[in-house]
Design a protein around this ligand. Structure first.
Ligand code: SAM
Length: 227
């Protein structure tokens, strides 16, 4: 590991700047969400060579052709789920584990699924090092959800789906919320789905660009020609 010249205090100052300038200033107001971003050390979730860039207003590579999302997008998606402290949330697309760590401070339990085994191991290690105990990381195709513990009060998909996966809609509980990017390979819209009295409604939040959801109810293979 290359040791950064930055101290933990310096990283904390940068983190506070990120919360103020990128997240609060763009309209995220939920105090619990803002607190989670203030506490969780994003620099611990990125490869060593990117540590000093961890609080910039951008996604970063995490290896295997994947990315840790832009902080504001993580915050926007988190806030939109309005998590309750007794709820369980399913995340599809663990990546670095950063989003799962943020969610872990706002609900009872996080189940997160990742298809790339090396990323599963890296995320597990980081979460353990940070003593985050209410996140379970599984290596599987999350496009079909995680039936074992369904239904979920909230579901977040952090990879782009060509259409909303039916399996995931089925795993949403009554009153449940699901947020995901839906659309084409390099351009999607962020959609927030709600299940009320057995019926689904959705609203479009903003345009986004995510890496593809690859699996049974996603893309058959990486449409970018990677992995
Ligand atoms: N939430 C992540 C974080 O905080 O670092 C960022 C996720 S990254 C934008 C999308 C992730 O989804 C990638 O790690 C990718 O391997 C994963 N992914 C793609 N298709 C998947 C599938 N069917 N099941 C589980 N994970 C999948």
């Amino acid at each position: 590991m290359r040791n950064s010249d930055y101290t933990e205090e310096r990283f904390r100052e940068m983190r506070l700047g990120m919360v103020r300038d990128q997240i609060k200033r763009r309209g995220v107001v939920d105090e619990g969400v803002l607190e989670a971003f203030t506490v969780i050390p994003r620099h611990r979730f990125v490869p060593d060579q990117y540590r000093e860039q961890a609080y910039q207003d951008a996604p970063l590579p995490i290896g295997y052709g994947q990315t840790i999302s832009q902080p504001f997008i993580v915050a926007l998606m988190t806030e939109s789920l309005h998590l309750g402290e007794n709820e369980t949330v399913l995340e599809v697309g663990t990546g670095s584990g950063y989003q799962a760590a943020i969610l872990s401070r706002l609900c009872a339990r996080v189940i997160t699924i990742e298809r790339i085994s090396q990323l599963v191991e890296n995320a597990k290690t980081t979460l353990q090092e940070l003593e985050i105990k209410n996140v379970s990381v599984y290596h599987a195709d999350g496009s079909v959800g995680w039936l074992a513990e369904a239904p979920y009060a909230a579901i977040m998909i952090t990879a782009a789906a060509p259409q909303v996966p039916h399996a995931l809609k089925k795993q949403l509980s009554e009153g449940g919320r699901m947020i995901l990017p839906v659309g084409r390979v390099r351009y999607q819209e962020l959609q927030l789905w709600k299940k009320e009295q057995g019926s689904f409604t959705y609203e479009t939040i903003i345009p986004v660009v995510f890496v593809p959801l690859i699996g049974d109810q996603g893309w058959e293979e990486d449409p970018r020609g990677m992995l």
